[in-house]
Design a binder for this molecule. Structure first.
Ligand SMILES: [Mg+2]
Length: 128
């Protein structure tokens, strides 16, 4: 099993370092690209984007289910394609609420790093 430490040692996380100009540009370009694909507004957008996110997350779950059930007839690439669809709706919702994907990532990193420091990565509850 590959651990987070293994990925860190391989330099995997460098691609997410938002202090690197090339990374922040990619995220900003993607955020703008997503925004140009949105065809609904207001509450209709919120509902459409939320249902889109849940639906695409369900598609990821379905592919993973089939990968297990059918013993790897579903490729990793097929699952990654669905993750892209999830990312689209995450980005759309981040935009809707006035943040963007980079800010969502930074806040999530800060939250999970804090939980790790306090030994509360495991357990339950939003505010642990
Ligand atoms: Mg899909």
């Amino acid at each position: 099993m590959i651990t987070g430490k293994d990925l860190e040692d391989m330099g995997y996380f460098d691609q997410f370092d938002l202090n690197k100009p090339e990374n922040s540009t990619v995220l900003a370009d993607y955020t703008d690209w997503v925004e140009k694909k949105i065809v609904t507004i207001g509450d209709e957008r919120l509902i459409e984007n939320t249902l889109g996110l849940v639906g695409e997350a369900g598609e990821v779950a379905e592919k993973v289910k089939k990968k297990i059930r059918d013993r790897n007839k579903i490729s990793a690439e097929e699952i990654v394609k669905e993750l892209g669809d999830v990312l689209f709706y995450v980005t759309a919702l981040a935009n809707y609420f006035g943040d963007n994907l980079a800010i969502v990532m930074e806040k999530n990193v800060a939250k999970l790093d804090d939980r790790e420091k306090r030994g509360t990565l495991q357990g339950s509850g939003d505010n642990r």
